[in-house]
Design a protein around this ligand. Structure first.
Ligand code: HEM
Length: 233
């Protein structure tokens, strides 16, 4: 359901109108491989909904890029616009410089009490007043993935207070977490995090991100790019 909201009607419109103008040469080798793979993968548009979301950076799409900061690790090529597309099979980038794909998955860390508060406070994506967005792709190091699940939870919440910090900023910020590791071993990021908020809350969003980046959890982040967006022209 949330995926469907993320793939705004205009995204799908854009997707359908541009399926034949693709230039695979304009995407990276890794993305080209995925492109070829997806090309014959089936008839996505006939499926009622998808857990896969494709973020396409290029010169088209409803979101205008206002800033792209490389926080850690390798940058992503600068782009002017971004489209968030439901699904991924048959996506043919027109001017796409890169494609990032993620999938909604089960929650790993949240406990029942936290879940209840989150459900009560978190707003949906697609609110008309939320004209600002952030796409923050993140990769964590091998050291993180080598930890046991309980050790990760300790770092994530007991020491870093990720959920506690995030909850302070609800319902101003709407969020959606996409996992990339479930799609394959060679994804450039582990997570694609997506946030939407009104311009009045842009400063609060910056404060939250700064707090999170100072935590123990973030010492395990080895690639992070912060892409800020506004809807429309
Ligand atoms: C809007 C406030 C926020 C809230 C309420 C929030 C809440 C959460 C929750 C509940 C999870 C755990 C999901 C699970 O159980 O698997 C999570 C995971 C995650 N969040 Fe946040 N978050 C917020 C902001 C952020 C921000 C600003 C970033 C990035 C800068 C971020 C990056 C992540 C990442 C990468 C994960 C996955 C961690 C992992 O599985 O190792 N979050 N968040």
């Amino acid at each position: 359901m949330v995926d469907r909201r993320l793939a705004l009607a205009c995204d799908l419109h854009f997707h359908r109108r541009n399926t034949s103008i693709g230039t695979p040469n304009s995407v990276t080798r890794q993305e080209r491989t995925r492109y070829a793979h997806r090309e014959g993968a089936g008839r996505e548009e006939e499926m009622p909904m998808s857990r896969v979301v494709t973020f396409m950076g290029g010169t088209a799409g409803p979101w205008r890029v206002v800033r792209m900061d490389t926080i850690t690790g390798l940058p992503l090529e600068m782009v002017d616009r971004l489209a968030a597309l439901e699904g991924g099979h048959g996506v043919r980038p027109t001017d796409g410089k890169w494609l990032l794909q993620g999938i909604t998955s089960n929650e790993r860390y949240v406990v029942r009490e936290e879940k209840q508060i989150l459900v009560a406070r978190q707003p949906p994506l697609g609110r008309p007043q939320a004209t600002c967005a952030a796409l923050i792709p993140i990769r964590k190091s091998a050291a993180w993935w080598n930890l046991t699940q309980d050790a990760r939870r300790d770092i994530f919440e007991t020491h870093s207070h990720h959920i506690e910090i995030g909850l302070e900023f609800l319902p101003a910020i709407a969020r959606k977490l996409h996992h990339c590791r479930d799609l394959g071993e060679h994804e450039p990021f582990d997570f694609l995090t997506w946030f939407e908020y009104a311009p009045d809350h842009a400063e609060a969003f910056d404060r939250m991100v700064t707090k999170l980046r100072s935590t123990q959890e973030w010492t395990y982040v080895d690639r992070e790019v912060d892409i800020r967006l506004v809807r429309g022209d």
